[in-house]
Design a protein around this ligand. Structure first.
Ligand code: PGA
Length: 255
């Protein structure tokens, strides 16, 4: 982290977990544990939990996000939710391009770009995920893959709008596997992504960009990962479902 240049943000990605009463209980336990955080704290929850989360986080320092949004404002897209619908509820953040969407739901770099556009137009802050598959890392094309994902996703995004974008580098092989990237690997790719942003915009924009790491970050390894210059926070899956674990990561980012 380099808090002089940019904001550190720890975001939970609950994925398809928690009923409404469970969500309320988890937030109730979490809020007092993170109230003195010296970093951004966000929870991204299933659509069905958004109202509960907005209510339960009132008066706290916890921001609320959704896990996806559609690119159209409204229309015949059965089962989808628009960015405008989220913004109207008071939702502030949205995860876009998560590898599980890419893997299981046909998300492509082009649909990611369209969703990013819609989210920005609705006033949401985007947590934009990029990351390589294991075979891509083994083939030595990690930089090509994350570079392309970043460039396509940011297509049409202005320099001013970058203030509403958080990037999250999530190597797919590290997600939910317990196999974390080493701190050096995380820093290396995060740094590379920053050079891509500098190439697209300029160095000042790249220096100001929050770039998280995600993939089996937990209470034990968070400090080492967050100690890296280019790791500005985390996108946390499994460990965000337990208040003490998530709070420990927030604490590591608050040093
Ligand atoms: P994980 O998930 O922390 O469970 O690996 C991270 C993510 O998918 O954002």
């Amino acid at each position: 982290m380099n808090k002089k240049l940019r904001k550190a943000v720890i975001a939970g990605n609950w994925k398809m977990n928690k009923t409404r009463p469970e969500a309320k209980a988890l937030i109730g336990e979490l809020a007092p544990l993170v109230k003195d955080a010296d970093c951004g704290v966000v929870i991204c929850v299933p659509y069905t939990n958004l109202e509960t989360a907005l209510e339960a986080t009132k008066g706290t320092n916890i921001g609320v996000g959704a896990e996806n949004c559609h690119w159209a404002e409204s229309g015949a897209f059965t089962g989808e939710i628009s960015a405008r619908m989220l913004a109207e509820m008071g939702v502030q953040y949205v995860v876009i391009g998560h590898s599980e969407r890419r893997q299981y739901f046909g998300e492509t770099d082009v649909t990611v770009q369209k969703r990013v556009r819609a989210a920005l137009d609705a006033g949401l802050t985007v947590i934009l995920c990029v990351g390589e598959l294991l075979e891509q890392r083994e083939a030595g094309i990690t930089e090509e893959i994350v570079g392309m994902q970043t460039k396509v996703a940011l297509g049409g995004v202005t320099k001013e709008e970058l203030a509403k974008i958080i990037l999250a580098y999530e190597p797919v092989w590290a997600i939910g596997t317990g196999k974390t990237a080493t701190a050096a690997q995380a820093n290396e790719v995060n740094h590379y992504i920053r050079t891509v942003v500098a190439g697209l915009y300029d160095q000042a924009a790249a220096d100001a960009m929050t770039i998280q790491y995600g993939g089996s970050m937990n209470a034990k390894n968070a400090e080492e990962l967050l100690d890296q210059e280019d790791v500005d926070g985390g996108l946390i899956g499994g460990a965000s479902l337990k208040a003490p674990d998530f709070a420990a990561i927030v604490k590591a980012a608050s040093r």
